[in-house]
Design a protein around this ligand. Structure first.
Ligand SMILES: [Zn+2]
Length: 92
């Protein structure tokens, strides 16, 4: 499943973006700020910034700003998979 797109004009998004310097919280590499920063929609789909729950909701994490960070859609997905245990798929 793909992560929901981050609203580009979201104040909270801009705060996190500035805090992280436009870099992914999981791999530390820069993220494209918009679809027009990358050559192809496919790249955008993998690299676009998404909200990642630091503590997964399934583990009791909240939707509060201090439990959220920005990560590449791809990294977010990998993280979600790696946290999949006996409880099934974890969506962050
Ligand atoms: Zn990343």
């Amino acid at each position: 499943m793909s992560q929901p797109a981050v609203p580009p004009d979201n104040e909270f998004f801009r705060t996190l973006w500035a805090k992280q310097g436009g870099c992914c919280a999981l791999c530390g590499k820069p993220m494209p700020a918009s679809r027009f920063d990358v050559a192809h929609a496919t790249i955008w789909k993998r690299q676009r910034p998404t909200f990642d729950h630091i503590i997964p909701r399934a583990a009791g994490g909240s939707d509060e700003p201090d439990n959220l960070q920005l990560a590449h859609a791809r990294c977010n997905k990998i993280k979600g998979k790696s946290q999949t245990g006996s409880v099934g798929r974890v969506r962050t």
